[in-house]
Design a protein around this ligand. Structure first.
Ligand code: PMP
Length: 406
């Protein structure tokens, strides 16, 4: 392991507490990640010294806040290797980003009878906005099936694609199964039919180096809170030429050029999509989180998580009656499982009493859990600050659950 975990864990104050007089084992990083002191300090500095509304002011503080906000945008642009700051739109999170695209691209691009392709492993956030668009426009959803190992059936996807396909929107990484999807290939196949591609990066952005230019997707969206940044801030990356073509989603201050009662003209990118006072303090926190990740090294983070995944998979698989859902070779550090005959909620509640935080239920992917004939799983999702000792604690906890219910 190349990372100094003792040092890293000291950066995350929340991790070193006791829960029910037991050391906290936080394995719910898929739901939200913890924040390093550097991110908390960046937010504090904004509130303590620099806060003032952005873009509209002539005074010192407003300019400080604006500079910090725009610096954060540049950091994100560099981190995901976008071509320009204009391609980085701040939103409230993944859900807000998908809704923005479903509305704006939908208004521009979708006609009755058109088809939108999603996958069976999508989070509800990447299903419902498209369903709402289909209802508005008389379009149809098509769904890429999931194979037994938790990978997408790419052959079936090829057969779903047709001249009617206008948008393909799939997740980079399954929040429930951990599967990493071949998003460059999915994009290439969609582009051969002139369809636009949206990638839900909520579970992809934090686990490895991203290069949106190499993937060539038209949109990539993610939430700050899953990448060690504050809640309430997220990103919508879109190719500049497409963002220029599509209409804005929300109207209001900051997104206009001129307003008269006869006609309004819109601001240039990315402001056209940032109506109202943006969460500029959240954005600064996101910028600080990216600085932190870059300082640790995203490749080292990926390596550490891979090692942890291998260790945990081996260890949990050795438990009699434990079944893992999502067994692709190509996975992030997320393990969904069930203990034979024991409800996921019961498992989660016992683990909680041992200080171990996991998530239980359908993980906002009801079509996916239905596909596996279950109503939910226990999900342990690891971040780079988790340790092998914490995996051991989970293992011991699961033996205890079996003992109690056995
Ligand atoms: N997509 C995926 C794959 C997710 O895991 C999540 C969060 N669980 C979302 C979308 C929604 O993210 P948010 O609630 O931050 O908008």
């Amino acid at each position: 392991m190349s990372l100094d975990l003792n040092k890293i864990r000291k950066d995350f104050p929340l991790l070193s507490q006791d829960i029910y007089k037991k050391p906290l084992v936080y394995l719910d990083n898929g739901a939200t990640t913890q924040k390093p002191q550097q991110v908390i300090d960046a937010e504090l500095e904004m509130y303590n010294a620099l806060n003032s509304n952005i873009h509209r002011g002539v005074h010192y503080l407003s300019n400080c806040s604006t500079d910090k906000f725009e610096e954060a945008r540049k950091k994100i642009k560099d981190f995901i290797k976008a071509s320009s700051d204009k391609e980085i739109v701040f939103t409230a999170g993944t859900t807000a980003s998908v809704n923005t695209i479903a509305f704006s691209l939908g208004e521009y691009w979708i006609e009755p009878g058109d088809e939108i392709i999603l996958s069976e492993m999508e989070h509800h956030s990447n299903i419902v906005p498209w369903q709402m668009l289909c209802e508005r426009k008389g379009a149809k959803l098509k769904v890429i099936p999931v194979l037994d190992n938790g990978e997408l059936d790419i052959d079936a996807y090829g057969k779903l694609l047709s001249d009617k396909t206008k948008i393909v929107s799939v997740t980079h990484v399954s929040n429930t199964l951990g599967t990493i999807n071949p998003i460059a290939k999915i994009t290439e196949m969609a582009h051969s039919k002139d369809a636009y591609v949206v990638i839900d990066g909520a579970q992809g952005i934090q686990h490895g180096q991203l290069n949106v230019k190499d993937i060539d997707c038209d949109f990539y969206v993610f939430s700050g809170h899953k990448i060690f940044a504050p809640t309430g801030i997220g990103v919508l990356y879109g190719k500049e030429e497409i963002l220029n073509k599509i209409p804005p989603y929300q109207g209001g201050g900051d997104m206009i050029d001129t307003v008269t009662f006869e006609k309004t003209t819109y601001a240039e990118l990315p402001f056209k999509f940032e109506a109202g006072t943006a969460n500029y303090i959240g954005a600064v926190g996101l910028g600080a989180a990216i600085d932190y990740i870059v300082s640790v090294g995203i490749e080292d983070i990926a390596e550490q998580e891979k090692e942890l995944l291998e260790y945990a998979t081996k260890k949990l698989s050795s438990i009699d009656g434990l079944k893992i859902y999502g067994t692709s070779e190509n996975k992030v550090s997320t393990i969904s499982f069930l203990l034979d005959g024991i409800h996921h909620l019961d498992t989660g509640m016992i683990l909680d009493k041992l200080g171990i935080a996991v998530r239980t239920g359908h993980h906002c992917t009801q079509p996916l859990t239905k596909r596996f004939g279950i109503d939910g799983t226990v999900r342990a999702s690891f971040a780079f600050y988790n340790t092998k000792e914490e995996v051991d604690a989970l293992y011991d906890g699961l033996l205890k659950v079996k003992e109690l219910f056995g």
